[in-house]
Design a protein around this ligand. Structure first.
Ligand code: FAD
Length: 570
């Protein structure tokens, strides 16, 4: 270690930098140049490496919770000074839980860390990977003095900025739909639902106008859309119908889904149970329909099978159709030749490809598997020395063991049921045990696995595991440089410093309303019904980031059981 001398305050920089933002505007960043201020302090301590973390969502918070902050100089930038427990956002839309019960201030989280972590409530507006700098701007628009623009230098940058809602550039969506991504979105929906009811019962309205105001439309049949529809249905039938008796029979909830089924990422049994339950509950599910525009009065959509275009009037629309790239990353991706992608491409160690010392975790990143797949294909090609196109079972098994040694993160996929069954690797079409393995068959199975892996879901589970993995690498940076623990490098000597990231799937839930939920658990195990709802309550209570939010959430659930949901418009 070299001992360095550094000056604490004031900043030695005399920089005035003009940086062009993605929107085309120009912003001036300046650092104070001053000869006054506290005297320079000389230190013989080696400078700690600077880690800048962007985002305090699932990925960023999980990284911070596990990082040993005493060995780095850690700075966190996020426009929100809290962590939000997103799986409970649909419950906030109807007041089943309160917004403040699902958020934890970032400062509460970092104050418990060993070592100092600095937090800046600001948005990163530009990443300059070549000069290892990020430019930030505060969003606090109160009438306070001082510039809110600053830049930070880093040795390591952890990008955990999540994603934004994808509107697919559908006209009118931004202006006329609600999204369900942030706590503020959920609060806005809660107010708007009550507005729809209050407006619908005014004496001046016709019957048709009442029906339009009480028509709630959800675009997107994924877990978020389904959970919101279920929450809204319960809210209407358990609470609002008693308070607005004339509205009770005219409320309508419609779900529009472009695919053939809702919850199509879940097991078929769950998806069909959800569709049947919604039908019984009177929630209309229109599958195979693509929304082409949304106005303040109606939604226009096209039926995929017939091409027929139809319009439906609405009182409120919630748009929940997947995720897209946030603007700062779009600009960054252009810098590093990833412009044609939706999310940042990383390798299995979560390092962003095409730049140095930048890591990306959570919804804003996806691991690129293509190179691994190509390597595996090449290993097989090389093993086929006599060009027969086949390998004996023993050769094949030895090769698989060798590959798993090199790419341990692939074990789950290479030994998966899909890989072995889909490729008919072991048995011929007549069900007879094969004596030799067809290399081409194996390669097409690899392509299948490749497409499966690309769809590593954008979930809190993945984000949290990536954050924890990266923190454990950072904590052992020195130790693993001396004693690398990773797999043997292909085509290079030595080992990788760390084991690659490996995702462990613990299952997923879909609450369906009426105290019923569905769960898909590891090992192809599916559970549906009331007992699953209780499992959901226990898992989500246990997953809270602090005892404070745990107590608040459980007391909100209890309050709802005893007194019902609150319908005040505040
Ligand atoms: P986020 O949690 O979105 O965090 C991004 C962070 O980056 C935020 O702090 C944000 O303020 C910050 N940020 C944004 N822009 C900038 C910038 N320019 N500079 C600095 N910081 C920035 N997943 C599950 O596994 N189970 C569920 O039940 C589930 N339910 C969900 C329900 C809803 C309604 C939603 C919206 C999502 C749900 N998810 C669920 C998905 C899960 O929330 C996401 O996958 C997860 O939040 C991704 O974590 P992240 O850290 O990548 O992003």
């Amino acid at each position: 270690k070299t001992s360095r001398t550094f000056h604490s305050y004031p900043s030695p920089s005399k920089l005035l930098l003009l940086c062009t933002l993605s929107g085309g505007g120009v912003v001036a960043y300046s650092e104070i140049q001053s000869d006054s201020g506290p005297p320079r302090i000389e230190s013989n301590e080696p400078r700690k490496k600077r880690v800048v973390v962007l985002g305090t969502g699932w990925a960023g918070t999980s990284f911070l919770k596990d990082l040993d902050a005493s060995i780095y100089d850690v700075q966190v930038v996020s426009p929100r000074n809290y962590f939000a427990f997103t799986p409970l956002l649909p419950s906030v839309t109807c007041g089943t839980v309160e917004a403040r019960s699902i958020v934890e201030p970032v400062r509460n989280i970092i104050k418990k860390r060993k070592g100092e972590v600095k937090f800046w409530e600001a948005e990163c507006v530009k990443i300059d990977a070549a000069n290892k700098k990020v430019f930030c701007r505060s969003n606090i628009d109160a009438n306070l003095v001082g510039s809110g623009e600053f830049s930070l230098e880093y040795d390591f940058l952890v990008v955990a900025t999540g994603a934004q809602v994808n509107t697919f550039n559908t006209p009118g969506v931004k202006e006329n739909c609600h999204f369900l991504k942030e706590v503020e979105d959920a609060q806005r929906i809660r107010t708007s639902v009550i507005d729809c009811f209050e407006k619908a019962i005014l004496p001046s309205l016709t019957e048709e106008e009442r029906q339009i105001n009480l028509h709630f439309v959800i675009v997107g049949g994924g877990p978020t859309g389904v959970e919101f529809a279920a929450e809204l249905h319960d809210y209407v039938h358990e609470d609002l119908s008693k308070l607005y008796p004339i509205a009770k029979d005219i409320v309508k909830i419609t779900m529009i889904q472009s695919g053939d089924h809702i919850l199509n990422m879940f097991d078929e049994r769950i998806s069909s149970f959800a569709e049947q339950k919604f039908r019984r509950d009177g929630i209309e599910v229109q599958t195979g329909c693509r929304v082409i525009s949304v106005s303040d009065k109606e939604i226009k959509m096209k039926k995929k099978s017939t091409g027929e275009v139809c319009s439906i009037p609405h009182g409120l629309v919630v748009w929940s159709t997947g995720i897209g790239t946030i603007p700062v990353l779009r600009e960054f991706m252009e810098q590093i030749n990833q412009a044609n992608r939706k999310v940042l491409q990383t390798d299995e160690w979560l390092r962003v490809t095409g730049c140095e010392a930048v890591y990306a975790i959570g919804d804003c990143a996806s691991i690129h598997q293509r190179k691994i797949m190509d390597d595996i294909s090449n290993i097989f090609k090389a093993a086929d020395k006599d060009n027969s196109g086949t390998l004996t079972i023993k050769e094949f098994k030895d090769l698989m063991d060798d590959i798993i040694l090199r790419y341990p993160q692939m074990e789950l996929y290479l030994k998966s049921k899909h890989m072995l069954d889909v490729a008919d690797l072991w048995k011929d079409p007549h069900g007879k045990e094969r004596e030799e393995i067809d290399i081409e068959g194996f390669k097409s199975a690899l392509c299948h696995v490749d497409s499966q892996m690309k769809s590593l879901p954008a979930t809190a589970q993945v984000a949290a595991q990536q954050g924890a993995y990266l923190a454990s690498c950072f904590n052992r940076m020195e130790q693993c440089t001396d004693l690398p623990e990773g797999p043997i490098r292909f085509r290079e000597s030595g080992r990788h410093k760390f084991r690659p990231f490996r995702y462990k799937h613990f299952g997923q839930f879909a609450p369906l309303g009426g105290e019923q939920a569905a769960a898909e658990l590891p090992g192809d195990w599916v559970s549906i019904g009331r007992s699953t709802q209780w499992l959901w309550y226990s898992v989500y209570a246990s997953k809270q980031v602090s005892w404070r939010t745990r107590v608040l959430v459980v007391s909100d659930w209890t309050r709802r059981f005893i007194f019902g949901r609150d319908s005040s418009r505040i």
